[in-house]
Ligand binder design. Structure first.
Ligand code: AMP
Length: 253
């Protein structure tokens, strides 16, 4: 039964850390297994696959929606990041989510906030190199989500593979009692990984982005079928394929 505001009965929106903590304590007390799906919202098929897995494997599902300012660099898209909150809540309800945890920025980082989690060397390569401070923000907010929600299991996508590894590392290093579940990357029919930011791509930008996944799939063929094991050779092949593509050359390189 859908109510007049479009929300399904049973779905609860929680806005504060303490309400989230008491809700989780109550559900744990009833013997529920709590599954957490941390997101920044603007749901797409990737998020839905994580929520679906949590729904199948846990008896109480919390999806968090929080656009975390501390993981965005000063020149990044924090202000323009898509925030279709009402649509997300509707879809969460349809998927059987029990709680949407959507705290405000002031709730997560109140005045005077100053404690952050610093990733190890794994945080300084790849994405960490081009986005200084990004994973520091990610790990800090994930730890804060874990302490607020106290999940038994937390679901992350392999699309953000470095993030998944860093979260696993944090859980191990801090001996947290959370099982981290990694889920395969969901792709659009043409091969582009589903992403909230795909909405922001121009038609040329989207075609160029597709060049990246195409090049990666081509490189995978070289590994799997031709037995190529030389990472530097693969990298230079990928760069030359991207350079041959006019759009990729102008938009990516
Ligand atoms: P985001 O809202 O972009 O922070 O993503 C929330 C979670 O969904 C993260 O664990 C992402 O890795 C995961 N995710 C995002 N896109 C995909 C995708 N295409 N396939 C699988 N998981 C995804």
């Amino acid at each position: 039964v859908v109510r007049r505001d479009g929300r399904l009965p049973g779905l609860r929106i929680v806005r504060t850390v303490w309400e989230m903590k008491s809700c989780s304590a109550e559900e744990r007390g009833k013997g529920h297994t709590i599954g957490l799906v941390p997101t920044m919202g603007a749901f797409h098929e990737g998020h839905l696959s994580l929520i679906g897995a949590a729904r199948r494997e846990c008896s109480f599902v919390v999806a968090s929606i929080f656009v975390n300012p501390t993981q965005f660099g000063p020149a990044e898209d924090y202000a323009t990041y898509p925030r279709p909150f009402d649509d997300d809540v509707r879809r969460a309800g349809e998927l059987g989510v029990d709680v949407v945890y959507a705290p405000s920025v002031e709730e997560v980082y109140p005045r005077g906030y100053e404690t952050y989690l610093e990733p190890g060397p794994t945080g300084n390569i790849l994405c960490g190199r081009s986005r200084p401070g990004h994973f520091r923000g990610v790990l800090t907010v994930v730890l804060k989500l874990f302490t607020a929600v106290s999940p038994h299991r937390a679901y992350f996508g392999e699309k953000d593979y470095q993030q998944l590894l860093l979260v696993r590392r944090m859980v191990k290093d801090f001996q947290l009692d959370v099982e981290v579940v990694g889920m395969p990357t969901v792709r659009e029919p043409d091969g582009l990984a589903a992403s909230s930011r795909n909405l922001c791509l121009s038609p040329d930008g989207r075609r160029a982005a597709l060049g990246l996944s195409r090049a990666l799939f081509r490189a995978r063929l070289l590994v799997v079928e031709a037995g190529e094991r030389d990472a530097a050779a693969l990298k230079s092949k990928i760069i030359s394929w991207l350079q041959q593509d006019r759009l990729c050359r102008s938009q990516l390189l």
